[in-house]
Design a protein around this ligand. Structure first.
Ligand SMILES: Nc1nc2c(ncn2[C@@H]2O[C@H](COP(=O)(O)OP(=O)(O)OP(=O)(O)O)[C@@H](O)[C@H]2O)c(=O)[nH]1
Ligand SMILES: [Mg+2]
Length: 292
């Protein structure tokens, strides 16, 4: 038998680059929330992926961006921590974007070696892909590898893992190889509800929302989830509930469906909405909610 290898890969890139989609794609499971809107991910989350005798721990991070809000500072901090703990940094650059975010990343002088993952390659032609690869050529002394992918297709996963395997050190497995994530189920449930909030509510409301899982009741046939969405203002609460409860109903239905798929169980969800004044700027509340 081959020696066991195990290591951490930090998944980095600007908001909307496709980081959370990559984790879900690698696992064939939807554990991380994905949204068309930027800045969806708040906390580090991970996906444990086994390939031959290698255990990869992919660490999802919030997109790199600068802002004054305390919550956003926390998000940046999460990303920097993941980068410094990694054996390899995977820098995600959408094939449709310019190289500016990559240059910004290089200017931060990352401590660990990195590979570039060109994401969303289904959106461009082969000709454009070749041009894109040549745009990266001047930087080839900086990166260890450059790999084009698309999470819209199943193919490419094995090739990616084989390439990444080269950068993982010999080390006994960190986790039971049966595990797919070290996140608790309640965190994963909260993420699915947050994803639905991003889908059905616009403007600042999703960014002002935090989901608390108050209680989970596990029955033999049915699992009951009781959650609260905390927003910053009374009017945001009204938007989230919607006329006659229409919006919160949609959020409930969609998150129930995704959680049912994930758990293969029948799910009942009850979501309440509360407002807590300016929680994204309040140190005490951020601490209570587990961000600080
Ligand atoms: N066409 C296409 N779209 C993709 C691909 N990967 C991700 N997307 C879309 O890009 C958007 C952003 O994806 P996310 O995975 O949420 O991006 P992220 O980098 O985690 O974003 P933040 O958490 O906000 O930093 C979503 O609408 C995805 O469906 C891909 O390979 N092809
Ligand atoms: Mg994300």
């Amino acid at each position: 038998m081959n020696e066991q290898k195990a290591g951490f890969i930090a998944v980095i890139g600007k908001p909307n680059a496709g980081k959370s989609s990559l984790l879900n794609w690698l696992l064939d499971e939807k554990i991380a929330m994905v949204s068309k809107k930027a800045n969806a991910t708040r906390k580090r989350a991970n996906a444990i992926v086994m390939h031959e005798s290698t255990q990869f721990i992919f660490v999802d991070t919030p997109g790199i961006h600068e802002s004054e809000k305390l919550l956003n500072k926390f998000m940046l901090d999460e990303t920097l921590k993941a980068m410094s703990d990694a054996d390899l940094i995977l820098f995600l650059s959408p094939a449709t974007d310019s190289l500016q975010s990559y240059r910004d990343f290089l200017s931060k002088e990352p401590k660990a070696p990195h590979a570039v993952l060109l994401t969303k390659c289904d959106k461009i032609t082969n000709k454009r892909l070749l041009e894109k690869l040549s745009e990266f050529e001047p930087y080839q002394s900086n990166f260890k590898a450059i790999i084009p992918i698309s999470t819209k297709h199943a193919k490419g996963k094995k090739y990616l893992l084989e390439e990444l395997q080269k950068f993982i050190p010999e080390h006994p497995y960190f986790y039971d190889p049966e595990l797919i994530s070290t996140q608790m189920m309640r965190e994963i449930y909260a993420e699915q509800i947050r994803e639905a909030v991003f889908e059905f509510v616009s403007d600042e409301v999703p960014y002002s929302s935090h989901v608390l899982i108050d209680k989970i009741e596990e029955g033999e046939k049915l699992e009951k989830i009781y959650a609260t969405i905390v927003v910053e203002k009374e009017n945001q609460k009204n938007i989230l509930i919607g006329q006659g409860g229409s919006v919160i109903k949609k959020i409930g239905i969609q998150s129930r469906k995704t959680i049912e798929k994930l758990t293969n169980k029948k799910i009942f969800i009850k979501i309440s909405v509360n407002s807590s004044k300016n929680w994204t700027k309040n140190e005490k509340i951020l601490t209570k909610l587990g961000y600080l």
